[in-house]
Design a protein around this ligand. Structure first.
Ligand code: SAH
Length: 341
């Protein structure tokens, strides 16, 4: 049965080495296999320097499944490339390649669908299917690079899904993509965004990774946050903020807080003041995001320019995020949403 096979692309080089040894093969073979995987050759038949018997044996015990391009859109405005990938089991996830002056970054999904149900998000309402494996997340990065011909130097885990709900696989993915024998992408070039799962943030703090943690805050008070993010009913602002302050103390890495401005919901001046207090307490950076409108949603973007001016006057370290790929719906689950409807 195909599912009984091990997912080869999820294995770290040292794990692959011990599996290959257990198969009675020379250990240098595992290096060859890993090199092929890192180049984007995800077919045993194409691993030309391996003897046929080994290719057959690998095919018997392992599965590798490169994602297939189901849809691809290139922004005329800024070269942003958006992929809808088809996974081995027919499910689809999306990734977006963004071009910046300092290098190219890919935004990847960590789950098929999402359970969190944030009211402003296009991924909500489509239902949750399953977690992605480490190899599938690696596939998003690698094949975005191979297909777009754009060398990728940064990753943001800000696509579909809640990465900290898929903790083990995400950690494994981070180790894989950071591995010197693999894509070798530095942790400092990786951002992970969470809706604020407190126990998992505490756990991540102990891993002491040099990645950037982004926390989707979107409101500085419990009442508003509960009205737009169901997770706020589980962890109140005080608990979340204490946990974030502790994360900074432990890792010395500044947290980037995400705040999508929604007119009449989270853009009042009293909320700016409360937000400034949170930023002081956590030593955080505020990423103000122009709300992306989602079809059928009554939510309207707030005035990011004036809100950021207010915040600056209050001493907040704030940047307004540039919108990339606006002409191709390159934001927040919108392509998968279109495919599903
Ligand atoms: N589950 C994770 C990562 C995925 S969402 C998280 O919640 O952080 C990535 C970011 O996009 C989050 O900050 C999310 O709140 C934000 N986002 C979702 N929908 C949006 C919209 N319509 N406009 C602006 N930002 C949005």
């Amino acid at each position: 049965m195909q599912d009984a096979k091990k997912d080869l692309a999820s294995l770290l080089p040292e794990e692959l080495a011990s599996e290959i040894r257990e198969m009675g093969e020379a250990s240098f073979r595992s290096g060859q296999v890993f090199d092929w995987l890192a180049k984007g050759v995800w077919e045993f038949g194409d691993m030309r320097n391996l003897p046929q018997v080994l290719r057959d044996k690998l095919g018997e015990y392992y599965r590798i499944a490169a994602p297939k391009v189901l849809r691809k859109q290139v922004s005329q405005a800024d070269g942003t490339v958006k992929y809808l990938w088809q996974l081995n089991d027919g499910n689809a996830v999306e990734s977006v390649v963004m071009r910046y002056s300092y290098g190219n970054t890919v935004c990847i999904s960590s789950q098929v669908g999402c359970r969190q149900g944030c009211v402003f998000c296009a991924s909500a309402g489509l239902g949750f299917k399953r977690n992605l494996s480490a190899g599938e997340m690696l596939g998003e990065v690698l094949f975005s690079q191979v297909d777009s011909g754009t060398p990728i130097s940064g990753i943001v885990l800000m696509g579909i899904g809640e990465p900290l709900e898929n903790y083990e696989n995400v950690l494994r993915f981070l180790k894989l993509v950071n591995h010197p024998k693999g894509m070798n992408i530095g942790m400092r070039h990786i951002s992970l965004s969470t809706c604020g799962l407190v126990p998992e943030i505490e756990r991540l703090a102990k891993e002491n990774l040099q990645l950037t943690l982004s926390v989707s805050l979107h409101a500085p008070d419990d009442e508003t946050r509960k009205s737009i993010m169901p997770i706020a009913r589980k962890y109140d602002i005080e608990t979340l903020i204490d946990c974030c302050a502790d994360y900074f103390r432990r890792t010395e890495r500044r947290i980037s807080f995400e705040y999508a401005l929604i007119k009449g919901v989270n853009d009042a001046s009293w909320q700016a003041e409360k937000l400034a207090g949170i930023m002081r307490k956590t030593h955080g950076h505020l990423n103000l995001i122009p709300l992306n409108r989602v079809e059928g949603s009554p939510l309207v973007p707030g005035d990011t320019r004036s809100f950021s001016e207010t915040l600056k006057k209050l001493g907040v370290n704030v940047t307004v995020r540039r919108r990339l790929g606006a002409d191709i719906d390159a934001a927040c689950g919108q392509l998968r949403r279109k495919e599903a409807t």
